[in-house]
Design a protein around this ligand. Sequence first.
Ligand code: FEO
Length: 405
Amino acid sequence: MKAIEIKDGIYWVGAIDWAVRDFHGYVTPNGTTYNNYLIMDDEITLVDTVKHDFAEIGLANVRSLVDFSKIRNLVVNHVENDHMGALGIFMDLMPQATIYTTGRGKQGMERFFDISRWNIKVVKTGDELNIGRYTLQFIETPMLHWPDSMMTYVKEARLLISQDAFGQHLATTARFDDEFIECASHAELEDSVIDYYANILMPFGRLIKSKIKQIQELGLEIDMIAPDHGIIWRKEPMRPLEMYLEMADGKASLRVAIIYDTMWHSTEIMTQPIMQGIKDEGVDCKVIKLRATPMSVAIKEFWKSRGILVGSPTLNNEVFPSVAEFITHLRGLRPSNRIAGAFGSYGWGGGAVKWLYNEFQNMKLDMMEPGIQIQYRPSDEDEKKCYDFGREFAKAVKEYHKNFE
Ligand code: FEO
């Protein structure tokens, strides 16, 4: 897709990745984009590059507007490969350019490239670079989501180039939120923001709140936010900030996600009366089988729900491997503000349910104990117990949810 002017003299020059479905293990059913921006000013400035595989597209978009020999500055907001992978290719064409990045950005860069031939200037929050009619202000955002991360605010354009923050994995010809809402829906857009936050930013909620507070204290006037993935926010430029603050505060629906796997269907059978009990208590419920669901989707469903019930059969006195994998992902994301419970089945010696509660405890999740486990095949009486367990868990979730209303 060709370059698009997003503000006077400022262009999106990125690439759309329609095909990516596995983004370092994170499933991206809707593809993604690698956004970067070219500012045509007295000092022509490029903000970020693109993923290595998309270098030719990125180069062509820049060339459609300017010869590389005329580019004076390159801002590197983030050194993850999807944005910096093509840096070497770009710099071969513009060796005269000065690179602006954070201290950690420079450290990251030298692990991938021979930077001895490049002129690199390290910037800090509040540093400014006047490039003509526009002034760039840099804002470090460490751990949002890498140590090197920063944003670039184009003062006179009221444009915040926010790198990964506020992005979404959406391959679309729509470049702006209003265009996307027109061709898809508002709900789909916001769901993509939640998906991105749940799978990448969940561990950094506290940092996100303080960083957004800092941005607010800087008094930046923002009427457009341009992230490095997905659509650009111009209709509702403050909406992604509001959503991030809500999510950092633990926003979730009064809902239970039952996330499970099964060997010979016993644990699976348990999900049905549990789900019915939850429903009869007036709480919405979603049932997710792990081996039938991409991990990132399971994580998103967890994040959208105030309560989580994890179900697992016992295998060799251990939890089922796919459930262990889910818990490993979850642990790394440091979840909070959710209440958890566990259920499962076993043959001659349990272990999975106990294992799950230990994990919940290690994650410091609030819990409803005890869970429920049944031997071999659920009997009618067992199914009644599962139903009651579902009702009790739903009651606990409703009570817990009051803390967030
Ligand atoms: Fe889109 Fe952290 O890279």
